[in-house]
Design a protein around this ligand. Structure first.
Ligand code: FES
Ligand code: FES
Length: 156
C-alpha cells in the first residue's frame, strides 16, 4: 500500500492490520514517534493525520492510506525548527524527552485549529499525553509560548 508521510510517498508491503506506529518506526525508520503503552493511554505515539492529532498505536496502517501523515521529523524546515519545537526547547519542557514528540504533535494540532488557546483549552488538548517525568508546568509554558509565536497578535 501507498503512504504519504512528511510529504513523501512510500510503498509499504505490510499486513493491513499492522499499526501505523509500527510501520512508521520499523518500516520507514522514523523513530521520533514513540512506543509507550501501545493501548491509547499515553500519547507517546501521537502524530498528525490530515492535521489532526492521532494515536498511531491504535490505527491500522490501512486507515492512513490516502491521508497526509506528519511525524515529528516532518515539522522542521531544514535546520529551522518548527515554532512549537523551538518553544519546547526554549522552555526546557522535558526531562527524559520520551513524551516530547507526542506533546509537540498534540500542540501543533491544537494551534492549527485554535491559535489563541487559554490554559484550560491547552490542558484539554494535551490530556491524552502523559509525561512520566512530570514536566507539565514547563510543557504548559512552552505551549503558551508557541501560541504566542504563532497566534494572532494583540489578543489577551
Ligand atoms: S503508545 Fe500510543 S497511546 Fe501510548
Ligand atoms: S520528559 Fe520524561 S516522560 Fe516526559
Amino acid at each position: 500500500m501507498q503512504l504519504l508521510v512528511n510529504g513523501k510517498s512510500y510503498e509499504v508491503d505490510v499486513d493491513e492490520e499492522t499499526t501505523l506506529l509500527s510501520v512508521i518506526r520499523h518500516d520507514l525508520g522514523l523513530t521520533g514517534t514513540k512506543y509507550g503503552c501501545g493501548g491509547g493511554d499515553c500519547g507517546a505515539c501521537t502524530l498528525l493525520v490530515d492535521g489532526e492529532a492521532k494515536q498511531s498505536c491504535l490505527m491500522p496502517v490501512d486507515s492512513a492510506v490516502g491521508l497526509e501523515v506528519t511525524t515529528i521529523e516532518g515539522l522542521a524546515d531544514g535546520d529551522t525548527l518548527h515554532p512549537v519545537q523551538e518553544a519546547f526547547v526554549e522552555h526546557t519542557a522535558f526531562q527524559c524527552a520520551y513524551c516530547t514528540p507526542g506533546f509537540i504533535m498534540s500542540t501543533v494540532a491544537l494551534l492549527s485549529r485554535n491559535p489563541n488557546p487559554n490554559d484550560r483549552q491547552i490542558r484539554a488538548a494535551l490530556t491524552g499525553n502523559i509525561c512520566r517525568c512530570g514536566a507539565y508546568v514547563r510543557i504548559l509554558r512552552a505551549a503558551k509560548a508557541a501560541a504566542a509565536k504563532l497566534g494572532p497578535k494583540g489578543e489577551e
